[in-house]
Design a protein around this ligand. Structure first.
Ligand code: DAH
Length: 384
């Protein structure tokens, strides 16, 4: 096919000239010539030139489109015959393009399959054993530790209502956590939960509804490991990460219970029996008083429990009276404590991992390095 501009057809009819699309512009001005020129070109085209051919023939300024446009200038009789003829050519060309595209797709797939062929007769490589992801391992360890303390494991939906995720937790409408840039809002009106705390609400509501306020004196004792979502991304933040919430509600529950529970949990998890734990005054809307939870460590060596530095690993507090009341629990009779820790954070600390993002990249080399043997489940009995 010559690289001529082939614009005479349009000029002769006083039509606007289509933009020059270069080498794929047809030279023929009549239908027969156009068909004879186009069909072999289509049949020989590769994927890129096929698209260019389609545009130069059927596109907004394509030859066939222009021919169709020229119909408006004809008298009715001529238009009828010419119209039918042009449409016939258009159908032929469209069909040829579709057929060529299908043939090219099949060819490309065949090439890809040939290139990616897997030899199923090869014996498995011995080092291809599966491993438990460090996050799964942490969740198993938490289950073992809290299970031994009499806690139940609860979960809740990833998609929450704004009420469960914010309002019921006493988070005011102007709180920054509710801002568009911090939270993933869904068209349905829900949110991707920003923390595991809404499961506190679901658990308390269920308890108040099902068991009634006269149930056992320590009716709720749960931990909630699970996925949470925030609009954040850097070496220590990922839009999807994991937390573990804890909640204990009963009569006469006080701060001493909270501190004892956190010390037992953190000491067992990090394998440091007398791990120093510090509660540092803070603010969360859903607890009063509220405290950050710090553990002792050595900033230089990373050793947990040694050194004189403190490292924050979560939040905690006594459940706010408004939150209890929002769930139908009488705050004058029941009290409770709650806490929340980041699972990636405590996992990274325990195993000396530098970058949070690698948790989610499915890099098998990372998993081989940090993963756990599948047949060694976490248990307090054997030591965690
Ligand atoms: N929900 C808090 C967060 O995501 C963490 C938290 C703090 C949970 C204090 C609690 C708590 O239960 O009492 O930052």
């Amino acid at each position: 096919m010559a690289a001529s501009r082939g614009l005479t057809f349009f000029a002769a009819r006083g039509l606007p000239c289509p933009e020059d699309k270069g080498r794929f512009k047809m030279q023929s001005n009549d239908l027969k010539g156009l068909t004879e020129e186009a069909l072999p070109a289509i049949a020989a085209a590769d994927a890129a030139s096929l698209e260019e051919l389609r545009v130069s023939l059927l596109g907004k300024n394509g030859n066939v489109t222009m021919l169709l446009k020229s119909l408006s200038g004809m008298d009715p009789e001529a238009r009828k015959t010419a119209g039918a003829a042009i449409n016939h050519v258009k159908t032929q060309i469209s069909a040829a393009i579709s057929a060529r595209r299908a043939a090219l797709d099949t060819q490309a797939l065949a090439q890809k399959l040939a290139a990616e062929r897997i030899d199923v007769t090869q014996p498995p490589r011995p080092d291809y054993l599966g491993a438990i992801h460090p996050l799964s391992r942490t969740q198993e360890e938490l289950a073992a530790i809290f299970g031994a303390m009499g806690f139940a494991i609860k979960d809740g939906p990833d998609i929450e209502s704004g009420w469960h995720n914010f309002s019921a937790l006493n988070i005011p409408s102007h709180h920054p956590a509710r801002a568009m840039m911090d939270t993933f809002y869904l068209a349905s009106g829900g949110v991707l939960r920003t923390h595991t705390s809404p499961v506190q609400i679901r658990t308390m509501l269920d308890w108040a509804k099902n068991e009634g306020l006269g149930a056992s004196p320590a009716p709720i004792r749960i931990v909630v490991p699970g996925r949470v979502f925030r609009s954040d991304y850097d070496a220590t933040h990922s839009p999807n990460f994991h937390q573990c919430e804890g909640l204990v509600i009963g009569e006469g529950i006080h701060l001493g219970h909270l501190k004892g529970c956190l010390r037992d949990f953190l000491g067992a998890y990090f394998g440091v029996p007398e791990l120093p734990v510090r509660l540092r005054s803070s603010y969360f809307p859903f607890t009063e008083p509220s405290m950050e939870v710090d553990i002792a460590w050595n900033r230089k060596t990373g050793e947990i429990g040694g050194g004189t530095d403190w490292l924050e690993i979560g939040g905690s507090g006594m459940v706010h009276a408004n939150v209890l009341a929002n769930c139908g629990i009488d705050p004058r009779r029941f009290q409770g404590f709650a806490f929340g820790v980041g699972l990636e954070r405590i996992t990274m600390l325990k195993h000396g991992m530098p970058d949070l993002r690698l948790f989610f990249e499915s890099d098998v080399r990372w998993l081989r390095h940090y993963g756990f043997a599948a047949l060694t489940p976490a248990s307090l009995h054997e030591g965690i």
